[in-house]
Design a protein around this ligand. Sequence first.
Ligand SMILES: Cc1cc2nc3c(=O)[nH]c(=O)nc-3n(C[C@H](O)[C@H](O)[C@H](O)COP(=O)(O)OP(=O)(O)OC[C@H]3O[C@@H](n4cnc5c(N)ncnc54)[C@H](O)[C@@H]3O)c2cc1C
Length: 607
Amino acid sequence: MSYRRTVDFLLHDWLGVASLRERGRFADHSRETFDSVLDTCERIAREKYAPFNRIADTEEPWFDGEKVHLPQSSHDAAAAFFGSGMLAAAQDYEIGGMQLPCVVEMAANSFFAKAAIGIGGGMLTSGNANLLMAHGTPMQQEVFAKNEFSGRFSGTMCLSEPQAGSSLSDIVTRATADGADHASDPLGPRYRLRGNKMWISNGEHELTENIVHLVLAKIPDDDGQLVPGTRGISLFVVPKKLVGADGTLTGERNDVSLAGLNHKLGYRGIPNTLLNFGEGKYPVRGAAGAIGYLVGRPGQGLRAMFHMMNEARIAVGLGATMLGFAGYEASLEYAKSRPQGRPIGPGGKDASKPQVRIIEHADVKRMLLAQKSYCEGALALELYCARLVDELHTGDDDARARANVLLEVLTPIAKSWPSEWCLEANSLAIQVLGGYGYTRDFPVEQYWRDNRLNMIHEGTHGIQALDLLGRKVVMDGGAGLALLRSTMAETIARAAAIDLLSGHAQALGAAADHLAAATRAAWSTGVADEALANATPYLQAFGHVVLAWIWLDVAVCAARSPSDDTIRGKLAACRYFFHYELPRIDAWLGVVERRDDTCRTLAEESF
Ligand SMILES: Cc1cc2nc3c(=O)[nH]c(=O)nc-3n(C[C@H](O)[C@H](O)[C@H](O)COP(=O)(O)OP(=O)(O)OC[C@H]3O[C@@H](n4cnc5c(N)ncnc54)[C@H](O)[C@@H]3O)c2cc1C
């Protein structure tokens, strides 16, 4: 089944997305309008992204001391993307949006990620603008967010510092009030920021007229001390070039400078930067210090930033998924044409017979089916989560509450599961190509390098695991896990009535019980250190149970027309997942429920 047909199947046959038009916000939409957005994005991705994927990898951004240079193809791709209106796709008509459901927006954006993720789409810019729409003042929305939605400005998120990555409570960027009139600036309370921000994606480039940085910083107390912990963190909007209240550039350069570009393993088309804020390279109005405007209330910065991070986490999962898909498609095509080896017949191999294509070997089919089950399963999960976001925004009170609780527990999985398993898919794609896969003559090694980022940024794998086991499954008396289980139970009941799937239904029920028992066992002593020492195996098991559920739900839908070859492929991928993948959870949950201390107690000297 082509990628597009898979998307259409998931959106329409499985998620019934066309029914969203019954909601006021989406009333002008129909299957036709959704299709036309997908068609446009598929076309731009094919024409402006895919042919330049390798160029974005080999022609890295470079800095001439003044400007960062990118290949012309990246400028052309950005212009086509901005022109498509996708930056504002989910926004209201009044501000130039399309009022598109999140689930369709995500599906449309997936084409760009599959074609050339290293060129980058608009995830940071629209995420930045969405945050301002939720937490900014009307003026900040007008001046910054709306110019981001139109593609005139682009956005960044500036959280990390050289000494503070996972532990954001330790950031030391300072913000001090800028002059006696600081509180009356029309763009929001005005501060001067000083500090360094590390790893900032798209921190410097010439793709847009201006760059809108959203920066976490601490406002010192009356004694000049920084408040420890995340309570002390505030959020500021810091434009690269200063802007008047009417949105025009004032002609002043803000005191934000590029200290250097980071040279990455993958995702090379996106400039990754170390930015210095307020070191005096570009003094503003006679003084050092980058001008920034407070967003929301002091001390509430991380809360507001999470608005952007949650959205970003689903988008990261989707990106990882699409890289997996790209590798799957490339290795499938290769396997269909590469002759190598002969089948083993009753008398052994017959060297006089012609070679077979490698797709005819069971082990190669295993590698292809593994990729298919990881990538199609992950895509279904991401679209399911995006559909929950639509429920959160447009559902009735009950549906919103339900979506909110489910998203709490599913977001760490939506981010981390594809990051691990679609990366594994990329590794299998290399394996299918053998030695050729290990060369730069084929694209699969680049997909793997690009994908390797996803377990690191937006909260590392380990941090996602701590969030899941330490917070998400225990908060509100375990309401998230309970709701997930009851949602799974509905799928299990439907699958149990279908002969083909009843065995899987039973296996999923047992797996969900095991997960719940392990969760209780991990916390049975109440000692966080003991419970959380095996948070990552817990995350892996949790993810596999979620994916088994998603696959079973998709299979219930697919089982309605099992005579179609492509649908049979979906049922086979589901079967693969239940036979080869789900049983792994017992090993992962084993160490969780025993609170195994092998890693936790090993002395540093013993390494
Ligand atoms: C290409 C790229 C793009 C990025 N883009 C951005 C961006 O646009 N904006 C931005 O703000 N940041 C960005 N980042 C930064 C990214 O979010 C951080 O790299 C990430 O949060 C990890 O921080 P760190 O690199 O300092 O690693 P560390 O926090 O030092 O972590 C190192 C290792 O220790 C583990 N670890 C750390 N703390 C704990 C703990 N308490 N318990 C258990 N294990 C722990 C981690 O899981 C990890 O395996 C980007 C990074 C990269 C590589």
